[in-house]
Ligand binder design. Structure first.
Ligand SMILES: [Zn+2]
Length: 109
């Protein structure tokens, strides 16, 4: 991996982290327990369904953020960008789309 590619990935990770942090803040806001008692039954059921969808989205956003933070540490190591299973270099387009990827497409599937 060239230094230019590494810089592009660092920028990408930072941008994704900023976006995820904003998503997480929004999701935390909408999943906060509200005063559901004063709502009618249907509204309450809908808000419970939405809440579970949002909680799932929140959990996956948090997991991705943790993976990106880990990638941000690993990017400084020489083995970053190589598949942990077969040792082949992970193609740049895949890393740019998913900087936290630790396996090539073949090994990940
Ligand atoms: Zn592989």
């Amino acid at each position: 991996m060239t230094e230019t590619q590494r810089t592009a990935l660092r920028d990408k990770i930072q941008a994704e982290r900023t976006r995820l942090a904003a998503d997480i803040a929004t999701l935390e806001e909408v999943t906060r327990p509200g005063d559901e008692d004063c709502e009618d039954e249907i509204t309450r059921m809908n808000s419970l369904v939405n809440k579970s969808v949002n909680e799932a989205a929140l959990a996956s956003a948090r997991a991705r953020l943790a993976a990106l933070e880990y990638a941000q540490k690993r990017i400084e190591e020489p083995e970053f960008g190589f598949c942990i299973d077969c040792g082949e270099q992970i193609p740049m387009p895949r890393l740019l789309a998913m900087p936290e990827a630790s396996r090539c497409i073949d090994c990940a599937s």
